[in-house]
Design a protein around this ligand. Structure first.
Ligand SMILES: *Cc1c(COP(=O)(O)O)cnc(C)c1O
Length: 341
């Protein structure tokens, strides 16, 4: 195995850079459970300003941010609706059902992350003793690396509003979407009732997520964070990394998108791979093999020094710790594997 593997499994593998670590070392801290960590407060305030929300809370992970959102918006017997492949519904252990008695309802969504509105409307339950109370609609942006078109977001929010439903955005990679579309991140998030964002994906912080919403919802969220064991003490050390990420690492996401675009173009020319095209791709390349076993392919990639996950579709995830040189190397490796058949 190569000494320096090229890591394309996820942008969650990004490591904090030296200057981020310095900011962490120098952070002013206090006990955040008493509201006395100035760096955590600064991070929450900065995120609210950036995304145009009233209030925000810093949490250890994106999973907890989404779970706290569900618990803050819904009661036992309520229901949330989300795309069948969405992270909140499929990849977070069913926490809403476990901790809140909240029923998940999945609806079909395509590989670009758009949920069909007819399916969405027919999944909304009418009022009455028979039915769970539909309370919340969830969307994910970016989804599988695709930014959702702004007019789609507007239609989704209008639908939620006419039906009297709340709307939550899983914006783990919201900043990728904003950079891709050349709009301020508030343009994407501000009209949702809540948004979660990850600092530990492409933004490069070692840990941390934020949930932003109204004052009232965030008051409830702080209580749920405590109950779930996610309230921390001198977490300013982590918040400092998040602040650094918001200040320094958003615009550079464009670089990751460029690398992914180069790879997408090269793969499209190789008949061994079926590339899945999306409308607004960011830092991921999705593809399937036209022949051969995916397990063997993942293994051959690994022995050539490239780590990828075995998912369907397969995906290559670009991030700040993948250089241009490594990007070219990935193209070369995939070309060789394709030629070998
Ligand atoms: C990573 C991710 C999360 C969860 O974040 P963790 O910090 O890994 O718990 C939620 N939603 C999406 C879309 C993600 O990619």
């Amino acid at each position: 195995m190569c000494a320096s593997m090229i890591e394309l499994r996820s942008d969650s593998f990004t490591k904090p850079c030296t200057t981020m670590r310095l900011a962490m070392a120098e952070a002013e801290v206090g006990d955040d459970q008493y509201g006395e960590d100035p760096t955590v407060r600064q991070l929450e305030t900065s995120a609210c300003a950036l995304l145009h929300f009233e209030a925000g809370v810093f949490l250890p992970s994106g999973t907890q941010a989404n779970l706290v959102a569900l618990l803050s918006h819904c009661e036992r017997g309520d229901e949330y609706i989300a795309g069948q492949e969405s992270h909140i519904l499929k990849w977070e252990g069913g926490g809403g059902a476990i901790f809140g008695g909240i029923q998940p309802q999945s609806v079909p969504a395509d590989h670009s992350g758009t949920i069909d509105f007819n399916a969405l409307v027919s999944a909304i339950k009418p009022a009455g003793v028979f039915f769970p109370r539909t309370r919340l609609l969830c969307l994910e942006d970016t989804f599988w690396g695709n930014a959702l078109p702004l007019d789609y977001l507007a239609q989704f929010l209008a639908l939620a509003k006419t039906r009297g439903l709340l709307a939550h955005l899983d914006g783990a990679r919201l900043f990728n979407a904003a950079v891709r579309q050349g709009v301020p991140p508030s343009r994407i998030a501000a009209e949702f009732d809540s948004v979660s964002v990850c600092l530990s994906k492409g933004l490069g912080a070692p840990a941390g997520s934020l949930l932003l919403s109204s004052e009232q919802t965030i008051r409830a969220a702080r209580r749920w964070r405590k109950l779930l064991g996610g309230a921390m003490r001198q977490s300013g050390v982590l918040a400092a990394a998040g602040l650094f990420a918001l200040r320094n690492n958003i615009e550079r996401l464009a670089e990751d998108h460029k690398k992914a675009a180069v790879l997408l173009e090269c793969l499209s020319e190789l008949p061994a791979f079926e590339v899945l095209h999306q409308s607004l791709p960011t830092n991921m390349v999705l593809f399937r093999l036209r022949r051969g076993s995916p397990e063997a392919f993942v293994e051959r990639m690994a022995t050539s020094g490239v780590r990828i996950l075995h998912t369907d579709p397969m995906r290559l995830v670009f991030h700040k710790d993948v250089s241009w040189e490594q990007t070219s190397r990935v193209v070369e490796v995939m070309r060789n594997i394709a030629d070998a058949g």
